[in-house]
Design a protein around this ligand. Structure first.
Ligand code: ADP
Ligand code: MG
Length: 356
């Protein structure tokens, strides 16, 4: 079950381990789940993908709750004919979640207390009991999605508090961090399923901008991040371009959370580009050093060893002039040190005739 759910999720989403785990437990053990946490983290879409991936779309019932929700809607609607002709209040439970094996409740705790109480009673009895009308609940699992935190829900009052106990599995869905690396890994996945102009190196630049906005208190949710990605694509499309370029990123100022960047966007953009470029150059340098060191290990003649030593000296010069941003100085130092050590090693090797 877990593997099946993981594969349904990992094609489209990142950071799916936890949600896959809790959904697998819920489906296997027939236990209700609350997935809570900040908006825009893929709660609705991931659950839908899993339901579809398990081939249960036809068995699933999706219900949006909210202030306008009432008991009759919860139980499939009021039978007006019966009410008018016989003065009896009956519902159409066969048209409600009660008649489905899987139920997905969106924002359940926004519903009025009367609805929460009615639901609690039905979940306890596993049956709708409404006067002479009875309907056995077929629902095996309810998955509730909410932006509210559990303690916030308990504070809503006794009805909500009692209901939440009918949801034994709870997951707080949020990212472990909102670093550029995290946004970037989402973009790598998103880029594979979205058509449109390519972002190439600008994926990393965009990730830097969003991470920096978040760290400055303008939280950029994963959903907004995907919108940002698409806005850059739209801007490139308007130019008739197949690739996103620097100027396309200035339209990010129209996105929520990024409007604060309006005045500084050019500066932020430059800084983000500088960071992304430095990161890229360092990665290239690291790969280059690895290649030269592999060459050193394979040297067969003193001349070859001297040639490698020469390459390493040139490499050291290159590294010294490489401009890096704050967080990357350590990585540059490691490269420089490693090159230095290996120059000595290569020179010794050249002089050590016994090896050849
Ligand atoms: N972990 C993730 N991996 C990939 N895309 C994500 C992820 N989280 C959110 N998204 C993007 O955000 C969008 C909104 O997700 P949604 O299901 O509406 O969030 P929620 O229900 O949590 O508010 C998705 O369509 C997807 O593009
Ligand atoms: Mg949602």
């Amino acid at each position: 079950m877990f593997q099946k759910i993981m594969s349904a999720l990992s094609a489209m989403f990142v950071f799916t381990e936890e949600i896959a785990r809790v959904l697998a437990l819920g489906f296997t053990g027939k236990k209700n789940i609350i997935i809570f946490g900040p908006a825009g983290h893929g709660k609705s879409e991931m659950v839908k993908s899993v339901v579809d991936g398990l081939g249960m779309d036809a068995e699933a019932f999706y219900q949006f709750f909210g202030e306008g929700m009432d008991e009759s809607r919860l139980f499939g609607g009021l039978n007006f004919r019966k009410l008018e002709e016989e003065k009896i209040l009956e519902y159409y439970p066969e048209k409600s979640f009660l008649n489905h094996r899987v139920a997905v409740f969106e924002e359940l705790f926004d519903a009025p207390a009367s609805v929460l109480l009615a639901l609690k009673d039905v979940l306890t009895a596993k049956e709708l009991r409404n006067g002479s009308q009875r309907f056995k609940m077929r629902t095996e699992i309810i998955i509730c999605l909410t932006n509210k935190e559990p303690n916030e829900i308990s504070d809503l009052g006794p009805a909500a508090h009692a209901l939440i106990e009918r949801f034994p599995l709870q997951l707080n869905l949020k990212w472990k961090d909102y670093s550029a690396k995290s946004y970037l890994s989402m973009f790598e996945k998103v880029a594979r399923r979205l058509d449109g102009p390519a972002l190439n190196g600008f994926k990393a630049v965009l990730a830097e901008i969003l991470a920096s906005a978040t760290s400055q208190g303008n939280f950029v949710s994963p959903r907004t991040a995907v919108h940002a990605f698409q806005v850059c694509q739209a801007s490139a499309m308007m130019r008739g371009a197949k690739e996103v370029e620097k100027q396309d990123l200035t339209d990010l100022r129209f996105l929520p959370g990024l409007e604060g960047l309006a005045e500084t966007i050019q500066k932020d953009l430059d800084a983000a580009m500088e960071r992304a470029t430095a990161e890229q150059k360092l990665t290239i340098a690291e790969e280059k050093l690895a290649t030269v060191l592999a060459e050193l290990n394979g040297t067969a003649t003193p001349i070859k060893a001297l040639q490698v030593a020469k390459k390493l000296v040139a490499f050291q010069d290159e590294i010294a002039s490489l401009k890096v941003t704050d967080g990357l100085a350590d990585r540059r130092k490691r490269l420089r040190d490693s090159a230095g050590e290996n120059i000595t090693k290569a020179q010794k090797l050249a002089l050590d005739n016994t090896r050849f």
